[in-house]
Ligand binder design. Structure first.
Ligand code: NAI
Ligand code: MG
Length: 391
């Protein structure tokens, strides 16, 4: 039997992850779930948001289902550390970024597909009315390198400063003292560019998408974006039926508000992929609907793209939308070859959304809070139950 490492994490991660397991059980997916610790509590208590025992469990079982974690900036994190651990050199790192890097989960897939009848779908004004083009875009985000690789300094050490000084553009910073200098790098390797581009083209071929867009900024970021685009162009030659487009990240953010239905698969570096996937998610219902997969050669972790939404974690019953988490569980089923079960769940979700009898507060465009039920919103659990009823 398959064993799934269940990492609820913090806040609403703890709420939505069990909901997805209910649906997996209801669809007849046979698996064992082992709990793994991750997130803020473990940072505060142990000085490590990603304990070694969690890494060991994933190493062993290979498949993880993840809720969400709370992250805070370095200084805020240091303040919440258990007093016995303070000033001992513990530094906070986001455990999900840590997981991606540790297991080299370099392929991040974020499908953004509208469900018919979702009141949050993108609409476009026409002369006397509006139209609602269905969006079906899949973002392939390079997940381990680029601007989020973590190679950065405030007050860079002399050797680093000296190395940077060899670049002619550093003249502009000649008179800035090192302590007043912050540097974050964007490092990309040819192999990683090739891998993400190839996975994207393979996906487009397998699922019949007609174009792959490389969304970068090669006119300015000539080295890193340039490498991504060039490698993708070479790979594109092996896929004659699929067009390769290239757009700049800034222009792409505008185009997605005009003609999002034109885009099939999109490839982008880590940070650009983060941005563009939130942009597309907003067109198909927002964070309550945005699912993702982080896939490496051995290990894969599936998670909603939303965070821990701390302001809603205490609400009982919970108001948050479990669909993003449940769709992430569907991506896990796809990955495990259980496509029929995944499709059954997605069809049930589509039915529930189209019937629009049961809707979470976000679908009703309400401000979140305990009063949403009086205004017609369902609870998190009621949404799950309705999906299960429709399986
Ligand atoms: P967030 O995604 O937690 O929440 C932003 C807003 O989106 C919420 O206030 C809520 O209005 C809405 N929302 C999120 N999930 C929803 C759901 N399932 N149903 C309905 N509405 C939902 O992002 P925020 O507030 O920027 O960050 C909160 C914490 O989460 C931070 O500590 C942040 O670092 C962390 N975070 C963690 C992520 C992860 O675990 N992968 C990703 C993003 C943020
Ligand atoms: Mg994000």
């Amino acid at each position: 039997m398959t064993t799934i490492v269940a990492m609820p994490g913090d806040g609403i991660g703890k709420t939505v992850l069990p909901e997805s397991i209910k649906v997996l059980n209801a669809v007849g997916f046979k698996a064992e779930y082992v709990h793994a610790d991750i997130g803020w509590d473990f940072w505060c208590k142990e000085g490590n948001a990603l304990p070694q025992r969690t890494i060991d469990l994933l190493e062993k079982h290979k498949i993880g289902l993840f809720g969400a974690i709370t992250s805070k900036p370095k200084d805020a994190a240091a303040k919440e550390l258990d007093p016995s651990l303070r000033d001992k050199g513990y530094v906070y790192f986001s455990p999900i970024v840590g997981l991606r890097q540790h297991f080299n989960l370099d392929i991040c897939i974020r499908p953004c597909k509208s469900f018919k009848g979702n009141p949050l779908n993108f609409i476009r004004r026409t002369k006397n009315s509006f139209e609602e083009p269905l969006v079906d875009t899949v973002i392939f985000r390079q997940n381990t390198e680029g601007l989020y690789a973590g190679v950065e300094w405030t007050n860079p050490p002399k050797t680093v400063r000296d190395a940077f000084e060899t670049h002619s553009k550093m003249k502009a910073f000649k008179n800035v003292p090192s302590e007043d200098l912050a540097i974050s790098t964007r490092i990309m390797s040819r192999q990683a560019c090739q891998r993400i581009a190839r996975e994207a083209f393979e996906y487009a071929k397998k699922f019949g998408y007609k174009n792959v867009t490389i969304c970068e900024k090669p006119n300015v970021l000539r080295e890193t974006s340039g490498m991504m685009l060039n490698e993708a162009k070479k790979i594109a030659k092996e896929y004659p039926g699929i067009e390769i487009w290239d757009t700049n990240i800034d222009a792409q953010m505008m185009w997605l508000t005009k003609n999002p239905e034109n885009y099939g698969v999109i490839v982008a570096e880590n940070m650009f992929g983060d941005i563009i996937s939130d942009g597309f998610a907003g067109l198909v219902g927002g964070l309550g609907f945005a699912c993702s997969a982080n896939i490496g050669k051995d290990v894969a972790v599936f998670e909603p793209t939303h965070g821990s939404a701390p302001k809603y974690q205490e609400l009982n019953p919970s108001i948050v939308n479990p669909i993003a988490m449940i769709l992430s569980a569907c991506m896990m089923l796809d990955h495990l070859g259980e496509k029929e079960k995944a499709e059954r769940i997605r069809t049930a979700i589509a039915k529930v959304i189209e019937e629009s009898k049961v809707q979470t507060y976000d679908m009703l465009k309400l401000k979140g809070g305990p009063d949403v039920f009086a205004k017609g919103a369902c609870t998190t659990g009621e949404m799950t139950d309705e999906i299960i009823k429709n399986l």
